[in-house]
Write a new protein. Sequence first.
Length: 367
Amino acid sequence: MPDFGTTGLFSGLLHSFVAFDWGDEIDLSRARQHIPAELHALPRKPRTPPSIAYESPPLRLGLPPLEISMPVLGSVSASADLTIFDFGTVSVGLVIGYRLSKEDLTRLAGVLSEPTVFVQRARETLEPYFRSLQPAIEKPLWIDLSEEYFVFQIVPDEATPRPAQLVAQFPGWLASLVRLEPDPLSDTEIAEALRLRLSYSSEDLIVADWAAAVVVDRECSEILETIALANLQLLEYRHIDQALDRRLKAAYGLIHQLKRTRLPIWRRHVQPIRDLGELKVEVNEMFERASGALTLVGDPYVARVYQQLSARFHLEQWGQNIRRSISILEGIYQVVSDQAAMYRTETIEIVVMLLILIEILMAIFRH
């Protein structure tokens, strides 16, 4: 019997998720007044308890098909949809059908390591929606930052090896797909790429890494949405981290200015202090809304999928960095506040001394 790996074809869907940040917050109620979007609930299988749900249901909108031309697949039409979250981020989901050999799928993975065509097409498609939604966005600003993630969904059929066989017979191939690496990987890298994998039954499989995942399943909507949300959170954490870095540099500069000034009573520190205080509240709120977008209770399958993605994306480390930066910002805020309070006290003391001196001089001149 010929080896399926050299003669067979895999049928499935290529899912691409591209995440963007559009502002501090999106009022979903107002957004529905500008685009024909509907509130979207997390799809669920019977295994998923009602406690697993979006904290605040996002908006979902179908988009016109996107024409994409790329090696291996050629010119294809990708079905597309847009998901809008209240914490200021949006995700474009693209779906492309395929029927390819193992070698062609490996070549496709190498092509996807440079996702520019997906980002550009998604950005072009969303431009009119961003303009329409600006009245519903707090501080609308489409930053030049995006996160992309790919999922190779293999739809099993009678000729396709079962998930356990795929892992046993083609570990290097699976590792190449999730690493988007067309060249052979070392045994160490293969083991690391396949280290985090899950199966709910003998007929399904999820292998997730930093850049891509392989999902063997016929119906996996809840898993795909969990992946898209984790990708969104990674984007938001990166955005918050970058914003904090910029503001921390500015705050350090303010401290240096306070130390260098020779005439502190003439300087105005009210606005910088207010800015620091507002930033503290703003960043905390953004972080809490992004990190709590999906309610995960207990140890169901979807929660374990999210935990593995979180580990691959290092979301916990990103969160720790953000909390540490917020703590540093709070310290700077306190230092600047104390320094400004000291300057105010010095100013009052000088004014009092001047008034006393004036009274003494007036008393002397009267005599």
